[in-house]
Design a protein around this ligand. Structure first.
Ligand SMILES: Cc1ncc(COP(=O)(O)O)c(C=O)c1O
Length: 382
């Protein structure tokens, strides 16, 4: 990774929300958005609000916006514009996509999910299994929260049709070796079904490099509006009969999209491009290391203890205090963190964090060293 310094003051000046005294470490649940995203959404509603396909200006502009949003999404994911699918959020898209592939599956077919995954890439399979008589297997994780690749290999069979996995854990920040999983899955004749939601704000996504058959993410996690985005390989999508109304031309998008949010999405990707991944990653790594170096002794970190193999999302507990009490202590000092299980049901169970979960500080590039100091200082008070 090349070291490119981030001009943090000029970055933060682009977000009205960051003028508040709050230190936002809640980005894993959704990041703040730059003003350019807000302006794009408002601008669309002011000047171009319409449905598609009309013979008048605002509708033509909406057609053009949808084309631009597809081109932007395709560039962001390194897929074809026709392979982009917009929807309400990742989970809603995943229920729709899993139901579509379900029409190609039969009783006894097997799906593998991982214990590192958010439930958005687990429960859609459990529900499909309930309807179709499929078997769902859970790939284990090691004590250090890395995926157990030997267990994955052991659990793959000639009936495995899909391996569903995340690129990064939204609970403990651990990255997976996505290339390795794809090789194993494809070697067994299974599809790769990738959750890139938590990875989205931290690194570029390339569906070809990942060998993704299906990939889902959520622009609201990477400085955009509340929206979901997915991609399915063309040859694969062509084989599925999807649930849609007859006149619709898109195979997966049902009904009218949130056009104003597509305008916000385009602006969010422009924002990321204007900063650049190297600068984002340099800042995240420095902040993450600062957090790890300064975590008070009374705190127990769950997950990898260095910045290798992880994103700067940290789950921890504080001796003698419930996660909720810690979050409240921090909240009272204008420091936003999450507590609970953040829908990462399996990993929390595996780590024994079933009573209130853990505190989660999710750092992104717009956080500052001074904010991390504030967080560490406030934890020290406990
Ligand atoms: C890793 C991961 N996957 C899936 C989801 C669900 O995303 P959405 O809220 O877009 O349905 C989340 C949300 O926190 C997540 O962190």
């Amino acid at each position: 990774m090349s070291l490119v310094a981030l001009d943090i003051d000029s970055v933060r000046a682009r977000f009205s929300a960051l003028r508040a005294p709050t230190a936002f470490f809640d980005g894993s649940g959704g990041t703040q958005v730059p003003d350019s995203v807000i302006d794009a959404i408002a601008g669309y509603l002011r000047e171009s609000n319409a449905n598609l396909g009309g013979a008048f200006g605002s509708s033509r502009r909406t057609d053009a916006l949808l084309t631009e949003a597809r081109l932007t999404a395709a560039a962001f994911l390194a897929c074809d514009p026709d392979e982009t699918i917009f929807g309400a959020n990742m989970t809603t898209l995943n229920f729709a996509l899993t139901r579509a592939v379900g029409r190609t599956l039969r009783e006894g077919d097997e799906i593998l999910v991982t214990k590192l995954d958010h439930d958005g890439n687990v429960s859609p399979w459990l529900e499909l299994a309930h309807d179709l008589g499929l078997k769902v297997g859970f790939v284990e994780i090691a004590d250090d929260t890395t995926l157990d690749y030997d267990d994955l290999e052991r659990k793959l069979t000639d009936r495995t049709r899909v391996v569903a996995y995340t690129l990064a854990s939204n609970a403990v920040g651990t990255l997976t070796d996505a290339r390795r999983i794809a090789e194993l899955a494809h070697g067994a004749g299974a599809l790769t079904w990738i959750d890139a939601v938590h990875y989205g704000p931290h690194a570029p996504i390339d569906v070809n490099e990942l060998k993704a058959d299906v990939l889902l993410c959520s622009p609201y996690k990477y400085f955009g509006p509340h929206l979901g985005l997915a991609t399915v390989r063309t040859e694969l999508a062509a084989q599925w009969r999807t649930y849609k109304v007859r006149p619709a031309t898109h195979r997966f998008e049902t009904g009218t999209l949130a056009h104003e949010l597509l305008a916000g999405f385009v602006a969010a990707v422009e924002y990321i491009e204007s900063i650049g991944w190297p600068a984002i990653q340099t800042q995240e790594r420095a902040l993450g290391q600062q957090f790890l170096d300064g975590l008070p002794e009374r705190c127990t970190l769950f997950g990898l203890p260095t910045m290798e193999g992880r994103v700067p999302t940290f789950a921890f507990t504080v001796d003698g205090h419930s996660p909720r009490a810690v979050a409240e202590h921090l909240g009272a000092r204008d420091i936003a963190v999450w507590d609970g299980d953040y829908y990462a049901v399996e990993v929390m169970q595996r780590l024994g964090l079933t009573d209130g979960g853990a505190v989660r500080a999710g750092l992104v590039h717009y956080n500052t060293a001074a904010e991390v100091d504030r967080l560490l200082g406030a934890l020290d008070e406990l």
